[in-house]
Write a protein that binds this ligand. Structure first.
Ligand SMILES: NC(=O)c1ccc[n+]([C@@H]2O[C@H](COP(=O)([O-])OP(=O)(O)OC[C@H]3O[C@@H](n4cnc5c(N)ncnc54)[C@H](O)[C@@H]3O)[C@@H](O)[C@H]2O)c1
Ligand SMILES: [Zn+2]
Length: 385
């Protein structure tokens, strides 16, 4: 196992830096830097020259983010003498699909991009996953740089190398691993993000505390107000610590054979609820409900310390996140949808459960715990509004 560095610089100040070192045994993944600070996009040209020199840069962005930051990023690159082009796709999860992948790839081909192009993913998780998958497949792979603009993308999707698109049969079913050359999280961009999107991103931070760091969970509990107000230093600290946790997990297990599964806490039920809502719930909102249900499930199975569910529910509620299974979502429907999830290997739906706040249960030693349908149904029943 290689060093899964989580070296944070002045985590309490206005900037943080984390080095992510995935250990998949491939020489090219020697580690990359995640930098976190307001205003970082101004430093993009220098970072590209140093870490991702290329003949041309293809900036891929959704329509909303392109409108807000696309021209600013293009101007910054062009002023620095870099050859850059902006490719826009319609915003929204519904467009993280093969059609968008094909359209973007065709546009790269039409403007004769070659293997000397680097892809810059400017936007939220949808953009990172889609642009990342375009980069992973275009001419068998172009270098990728992640420029996340949502809390979720900064703490989760831009780190770890998973890219992909959805299909009518489920989310993220077609994809590839591609680690970015580096990640610049310009926290200043979060100012334009819808408050509901900020809260949804914070749900993933709660998850990081719950699975790996009780002290971090407590700090989030004590920092709800500054976090919701996007206070610059609280925001940088949150993103820095969450990236460290994700980096440590991914560093130990890039391909999800064991430890990486702990990141699925709340996600087995959460993904099913997200799908059942026909994506009217945000990912983070569905995951908030999923964490409550899975903590309750763990308590009922005697795996999770009693009282854990109440603490998680209370924090999520204070963050303004939903914590109950919506009326009309039957247990049978939700359980059926957990089977569609690709984590269901050989028919057994696996859960990542907690031992207590800050510690994941190792389960069978591989962090996946097979749970009977009736136990899941009972937990869903207890977590209704
Ligand atoms: N690859 C991974 O490891 C990983 C991990 C977690 C989630 N994901 C994926 O991430 C996606 C969700 O990401 P998301 O929540 O960032 O969604 P998103 O990319 O759709 O962004 C949410 C919304 O905010 C808008 N937006 C983005 N940045 C903005 C800004 N700075 N100001 C104003 N508006 C802005 C977007 O246009 C969009 O409408 C899902 O598809 C999920 O599967 C991937
Ligand atoms: Zn998630």
């Amino acid at each position: 196992m290689s060093e899964s560095a989580g070296t944070s610089e002045s985590a309490s100040g206005l900037s943080a830096r984390v080095v992510v070192t995935p250990s998949n045994g491939e020489a090219e993944t020697s580690g990359y830097e995640v930098r976190i600070r307001p205003g970082l996009l101004e430093e993009l040209p220098a970072a590209l020259r140093e870490r991702a020199p290329a003949a041309r840069y293809a900036v891929i962005s959704d329509s909303t983010v392109a409108e807000l930051y696309g021209n600013r990023v293009l101007d910054t690159l062009r002023r620095a003498g870099l050859n850059a082009e902006l490719l826009v796709f319609p915003a929204g999860e519904a467009h993280k699909n093969r059609e968008s992948w094909m359209d973007l790839s065709d546009r790269l081909l039409a403007s004769r991009h070659g293997r000397d192009t680097t892809v810059l993913a400017l936007g939220g998780g949808v953009t990172g996953d889609l642009a990342g998958f375009v980069a992973a497949t275009y001419m068998r792979g172009l270098p990728l740089v992640q420029l996340p603009t949502t809390v979720l993308a900064m703490i989760d999707s831009s780190v770890g190398g998973k890219t992909g698109v959805d299909t009518p049969g489920g989310k993220n079913l077609i994809g590839a691993f591609l680690q970015p050359r580096f990640v610049l999280a310009d926290t200043g961009t979060l100012r334009t993000l819808a408050p509901a999107e900020v809260r949804a991103g914070l749900a993933e931070a709660v998850k990081h505390g719950a699975i790996a760091d009780g002290g971090y969970f407590r700090w989030i509990s004590e920092s709800v107000e500054p976090l919701l107000a996007l206070d610059p230093s609280a925001t940088v600290r949150l993103i820095g610590r969450s990236v460290e946790i994700k980096a440590a997990v991914v560093g130990a297990d890039e391909r999800e054979n064991g430890l990486r599964k702990t990141l699925n806490f709340g996600h087995t039920v959460g993904h099913a609820i997200e799908a059942r809502s026909a994506f009217s719930l945000l990912h983070g909102e569905a995951i908030a409900i999923g964490m409550v249900v899975e903590a309750d499930l763990g308590e009922a199975l005697g795996i999770t310390e009693p009282g854990t569910t109440a603490r998680i529910r209370e924090l999520l509620e204070r963050l303004g996140l939903p914590v109950t299974v919506p009326a009309g979502f039957t247990a049978a429907e939700v359980i059926e949808l957990t089977r569609a999830d690709k984590k269901a290997r050989a028919g057994n739906v696996e859960y990542a459960l907690l031992e207590r706040i800050g510690t994941s249960s190792p389960g069978d030693g591989k962090f996946g715990i097979a749970v009977r349908d009736e136990d899941v149904a009972a937990a869903l029943g207890r977590c209704r509004g």
